[in-house]
Ligand binder design. Structure first.
Ligand code: DP6
Length: 358
């Protein structure tokens, strides 16, 4: 695969000894799920996501001179405190990207990061977290080589973010991102995410995602283990074919604005994700009783009102409720009156489709 274009060769570190770069990167929610990968986050199928806005990470990368380039130094600060827990994952990420960003060896790095959502909310911060770090690194690269284009900047930022966490490759841009090579989606690649390359129907403008926090505990299954379970999964082959078919379907729906079909594909993708976990070995059930209660309430409400509300799930018990801007008053009322009671400490986050990194 053509990874050479991401190796930075034309840079000068002369004169740049100490400075800092900041980025605010959003989380994203997959409509078609990424579940199954090869080494270095090469996905087994295409995934398509809505970029979010209220759930984000803000990261500042502080660089200072490193007198001993053979010794890579990084310090991680999370929510104002020195953090050793995230250090191994970040160090592994830096080792993975050093071929592409050799200038990093010249600096000591301090990564100071915080999330807009509580760490213990069951919302994964790896997507926004790695997107933010990758963007900061690209800001440094741009300083060392001002000739790089905006297009290359964002493409490489997504490429680097992917090497930290697959879904992070989808958190650089908005409002819809495609990651994973697909014959019917122009410019799509396994190496980086791209902005959805077609006009999106107005039905999806300001689309809402209200996240119901059903279970705030640490994930039972890390995504790395989850993805590896797809390797010997009896239904894997068919799942990857289906995900690519669903990507074609979502591609068409996003342009036509067909909300009925949107609901059908999005809910089906969420349930398939959980079905693959239930049918892997070892097997897991990540939904909680309240997850199912919420799903049933949504279905009943949709049946009686005909409003285009639907749900999706990540690899956990929390429920993302998706709905159009035009129906927000009635749907918000339904959520607060009938669903919040199923959340841990009545917690939920009102998010919506967003524009990407800043
Ligand atoms: C269920 O991106 O967290 O959220 O590449 O191992 O870091 P790694 O996995 P990660 O997987 C996300 C899986 C998912 C579906 C999705 O976001 O597409």
């Amino acid at each position: 695969m053509a990874t050479n274009e991401f190796i930075s060769t034309n840079f000068s570190t002369l004169g740049l000894t100490k400075t800092s770069f900041t980025c605010k990167a959003p989380s994203n929610i997959a409509l078609v799920k990424y579940w199954g990968k090869e080494k270095d986050q090469i996905p087994k199928n295409t995934s398509i996501s809505f970029t979010l806005s209220a759930c984000f990470t803000v990261t500042t990368l502080v660089i200072s001179e490193n007198k001993n380039p053979n010794n890579f130094e990084v310090e991680v600060i999370f929510e104002g405190k020195k953090n050793e827990d995230f250090k191994p994952k970040i160090s592994a990420f830096l080792e993975r990207i050093i071929t592409y960003c050799p200038y990093l060896k010249n600096y000591k790095l301090q990564i100071d990061t915080r999330n807009s959502f509580p760490h213990s909310s069951g919302i994964a911060s790896s997507a926004s977290g790695f997107a933010a770090i990758a963007h900061c690194i690209m800001q440094l690269e741009k300083q060392l080589n001002p000739n790089i284009t905006t297009k290359h900047f964002i493409k490489k930022a997504s490429f680097l973010a992917r090497l930290g966490s697959g879904s992070a490759s989808r958190s650089l841009e908005g409002e819809v991102v495609v990651w994973g090579n697909h014959p019917e989606i122009e410019g799509s690649s396994d190496l980086f995410g791209i902005k959805f390359p077609y006009k999106i129907h107005d039905n999806f403008k300001n689309y809402h995602d209200t996240i119901l926090l059903v279970d705030k505990d640490e994930k039972q299954v890390s995504s790395t283990i989850g993805h590896s379970l797809m390797q010997n999964h009896p239904f894997a082959k068919q799942r990857f074919v289906q995900a690519n078919e669903n990507s074609t379907a979502i591609k068409n729906i996003l342009q036509s604005g067909d909300l009925k079909e949107f609901i059908n594909i999005v809910e089906s993708e969420a349930l398939i994700l959980h079905a693959t976990m239930m049918t892997s070995n070892p097997y897991f059930i990540l939904m909680k009783p309240n997850t199912l209660k919420i799903i049933n309430k949504i279905w009943a409400f949709r049946k009686t009102t005909n409003l285009p509300i639907c749900f999706t799930l990540d690899a956990g018990a929390n429920v993302h409720i998706l709905f159009p801007e035009k129906d927000k008053i009635k749907i918000n009322e339904f959520i607060t009156k009938q669903l919040i009671q199923y959340c841990q400490n009545n917690s939920y986050i009102c998010d919506r489709i967003g524009l990407g990194t800043k």
